[in-house]
Design a protein around this ligand. Structure first.
Ligand code: FES
Ligand code: MG
Length: 592
C-alpha cells in the first residue's frame, strides 16, 4: 500500500478532524520538551525506538548510545523519533531467572505499541530474552517493525587465547573445583571475556537469537554480527533508522515477513551456527504470537540433518569479532542456499528477499565459517526426544564430543544408546546441597534435574547442565549425561537433554523418578525411558497425586504467581496461553 492509500495510525491521535478537542489534548503534552506542532501534525511517520538498554541491562546498554544514530536515520528519512523504555532484562543478574521476564516485557511492549501514537518501531535487541520479547510484541501488534542488534562484545583474551562469555565461566569453575587456579585467578579469567559493550561474544542465546532475527528477515542483512564497539555498528543503526520510515510508508508488516518459510529458514540457520537450545522455545513463541504453524517436529525435520558451519565457542573455537570478519549471517545463509535449504523468496525488512540479500555473500575466513561441503560436523541440529517420563525434550547433538562418545556411545551393537542409573535433584538448590555428598555417583550415573520448568521454577531455570562431583572431575570425567525439565545456558557445551515437557510441576512423569532408577537413552530413536514396567510407573503416579502432587515452592512476587497460572510448557514456546488465544480471536476480528 502506498503513502497516499493508508492513513498513519498516529493521525488518530494528532490529526483527528472529527475530534479537535481530543487531538489538542494528545498534542499538547508532547510539546513540553520542545516538540513542534509541525513535527507532530505534518503527517510524518512517528517512529518508536523501543529502548531495551539501561544500567540494569548492561548487555543492551550500548543501545542508549546507538539510539542517537537511529534517531538521525529516522529524521533524515522524514520520520519523527519517539524513544521509550522497555522492561529491562539482564540474563545473568535477574532472580530467580531472566526467562520469567520475557513474557512480562512482551506484555508491556504490546501495551506501549498499541496504546501510543506509534506508526512503526525499531526493536533494540541483544541480551537473550530481550530479542524474543520484542519480536513477540511486534508480531502481536503487527505494525511495521525492524530489529537492531546491539552487537557482540569484542573478543576476550587470556594468555593469548580467546576467552568467550559464559563458556569461560564453565571452564573456570572446573579449574577452581580441581584447585588448578585460586579465586583471584578465577575472577581474572572470567573478567577477561568482557572487553567492551555488547552482548555475549560466544554463540550463546544472545548471538543465536540475533542471528535468527536476521535469518527471519526482521533485521537488515549483516546486522547480527557487527561488534557493538565497531563504528560499523553505529552506521548500521543509522541505516536501520532510515529504513523503518520506508517500511511504514510501504506498510510492510511483521506478518509479511514472519511467514512459515521465514521460520524454517531460521531453523536451518540455527543448525549451521550451532545455535542455543533456547532457540526452539523463543522461535515457537514468536511463531505462536504471529499465528504461524510451527512445532518441535519442524526442528527435527528441517534442522537436524544440517551441518555445523560456524566455528564459534561453545561448539568451536572463535568468537563474535571473528564471525563478523568471516561474513556473518549472510555468508552462512549463502552456504545453506547452495544446499537448497533456504526458502529464498522469504521477504525481509530490506525490501528484498533473503535470497537476493545473500546471493553474493562470501566467506572471508573458512576457519570461522566453513563451506557447506566441508562442515565442522554433520547433522548438527537438535534431536527431539520423547519417552515415558516426558513427551518432548531436545538435545544439541553438535556438542557431543569424542570423550562423550567413547564413554557412553561405544557399544558396537548399539552405538547410539546407553544405560545408567538416575541421580535425581529437585531444583538447583538441591543439586548444590547434595552433589558432593550423594553416595554412588559414578561414570554410569545420569543426572536428572526437575522442578526447574516454567511453573516449577517460574520461567524455567538454566540449570540442567550439572557438573559432576569433584571426585569424578579429578578422575578425568568432565561431564555426565544430564536430563531435565529446565533449560541450559546457550554458552554451555554440555550434551544435555533439556526443556523436558511436561515438567514435573505440570504433571510430567519426571516427578515419579527416584534416585537409583535404571534409565536408557537412545539417541537414534530419540528416546529416554525409565526401565520400569508401566504398572509400577502408574502406581507411583497415583501415590504422588494422592499426596498432593509434585511439591512447589511459593511464589515470591505477584508476576511469578500470574506467570505460573497462565504459562504453557517449553515445547510450545512457554507463552502466556491467554495472550495467544486473545490474538487468535483478534486476528479473526481484524487488528485495530
Ligand atoms: Fe546478556 Fe549474554 S548475558 S547477552
Ligand atoms: Mg543464557
Amino acid at each position: 500500500m502506498s503513502t497516499e492509500e493508508h492513513r498513519l495510525r498516529s493521525r488518530a491521535w494528532f490529526d483527528d478532524p472529527s475530534d479537535p478537542g481530543m487531538t489538542a489534548i494528545y498534542l499538547e503534552r508532547y510539546l513540553n520538551y520542545g516538540m513542534t506542532l509541525d513535527e507532530l501534525r505534518s503527517g510524518k511517520p512517528i517512529i518508536g525506538i523501543a529502548q531495551s538498554g539501561s544500567d540494569l541491562s548492561p548487555c543492551n546498554r550500548h543501545h542508549l548510545t546507538l539510539a542517537g544514530r537511529v534517531r538521525d536515520g529516522i529524521i533524515a528519512a522524514g520520520g519523527v523519533p519517539l524513544e521509550f523504555p522497555t522492561h529491562p532484562i539482564q540474563e545473568t543478574g535477574k532472580r530467580p531467572g531472566a526467562a520469567l521476564d520475557r513474557n512480562l516485557a512482551y506484555l508491556g511492549l504490546v501495551e506501549l505499541l498499541y496504546g501510543y501514537p506509534i506508526d512503526g518501531v525499531v526493536l533494540t535487541i541483544g541480551c537473550d530474552k530481550t530479542t524474543p520479547a520484542q519480536l513477540m510484541a511486534a508480531a502481536t501488534v503487527n505494525i511495521p517493525a525492524i530489529a537492531l542488534s546491539v552487537g557482540p562484545m569484542l573478543n576476550g583474551w587470556y594468555d593469548g587465547k580467546r576467552t568467550g562469555s559464559g563458556t569461560i565461566i564453565w571452564k573456570a569453575r572446573e579449574l577452581l573445583a580441581t584447585g588448578e587456579i585460586d579465586h583471584a585467578q578465577f575472577l581474572e579469567l572470567v573478567a577477561s571475556s568482557t572487553n567492551s559493550v555488547g552482548f555475549c561474544n560466544t554463540m550463546g542465546t544472545a548471538s543465536t537469537m540475533n542471528s535468527l532475527t536476521e535469518a527471519l528477515g526482521m533485521e537488515l542483512p549483516g546486522g547480527a554480527a557487527i561488534p557493538a564497539a565497531y563504528r560499523q555498528r553505529a552506521q548500521f543503526a543509522y541505516e536501520t533508522g532510515s529504513r523503518i520510515v520506508e517500511l511504514v510508508r510501504d506498510n510492510v508488516l511483521p506478518s509479511d515477513i514472519l511467514t512459515r518459510d521465514a521460520f524454517l529458514n531460521a531453523i536451518a540457520v540455527n543448525s549451521a551456527i550451532g545455535g542455543s537450545t533456547n532457540a526452539p522455545i523463543h522461535l515457537q513463541a514468536v511463531a505462536r504470537h504471529m499465528g504461524v504453524e510451527l512445532s518441535l517436529a519442524d526442528w527435527e525435520e528441517h534442522g537436524r540433518d544440517l551441518p555445523l558451519l560456524v566455528n564459534l565457542q561453545p561448539a568451536g573455537e572463535y568468537l563474535g569479532e571473528d564471525f563478523y570478519r568471516a561474513g556473518g549471517v549472510p555468508a552462512v545463509v549463502n552456504q545453506l542456499m547452495r544446499a537448497g535449504r533456504i526458502r529464498q523468496d522469504a521477504l525481509t525488512v530490506s525490501g528484498a528477499t533473503i535470497g537476493d540479500n545473500c546471493r553474493d555473500a562470501t566467506i572471508a575466513d573458512p576457519a570461522v565459517i566453513r563451506p557447506i561441503d566441508e562442515p565442522l560436523k554433520e547433522h548438527a541440529g537438535f534431536a527431539v526426544m520423547t519417552g515415558n517420563i516426558f513427551d518432548a525434550a531436545i538435545m544439541k547433538t553438535s556438542v557431543i564430543d569424542d570423550a562423550f562418545r567413547d564413554r557412553y556411545l561405544s557399544d558396537p551393537d548399539d552405538p547410539d544408546a546407553f544405560e545408567g542409573r538416575a541421580v535425581v535433584f529437585d531444583g538447583p538448590e538441591d543439586y548444590h546441597r547434595r552433589i558432593e555428598t550423594e553416595p554412588g555417583i559414578d561414570e554410569h550415573s545420569i543426572l536428572f534435574m526437575r522442578g526447574a520448568g516454567p511453573i516449577g521454577y517460574p520461567g524455567a531455570a538454566e540449570v540442567v547442565n550439572m557438573q559432576p562431583p569433584a571426585a569424578l572431575l579429578h578422575a578425568g570425567i568432565e561431564s555426565l549425561p544430564c536430563v531435565g525439565d529446565g533449560r541450559q545456558s546457550g554458552t554451555s557445551g554440555s550434551p544435555s537433554i533439556l526443556n523436558a515437557s511436561p515438567e514435573a510441576a505440570a504433571g510430567g512423569n519426571l516427578a515419579v523418578l527416584r534416585t537409583g532408577d535404571p534409565i536408557r537413552v537412545d539417541l537414534r530413536r530419540g528416546r529416554v525411558d525409565l526401565l520400569l514396567d508401566d504398572a509400577e510407573i502408574a502406581c507411583r503416579r497415583t501415590a504422588l497425586d494422592e499426596s498432593g502432587g509434585y511439591p512447589m515452592p511459593e511464589s515470591q512476587t505477584p508476576w511469578q504467581q500470574l506467570h505460573r497460572a497462565g504459562v504453557g510448557q517449553m515445547d510450545t514456546g512457554m507463552v502466556i496461553e491467554d495472550a495467544v488465544e486473545f490474538q487468535r480471536i483478534a486476528q479473526r476480528r481484524g487488528l485495530p
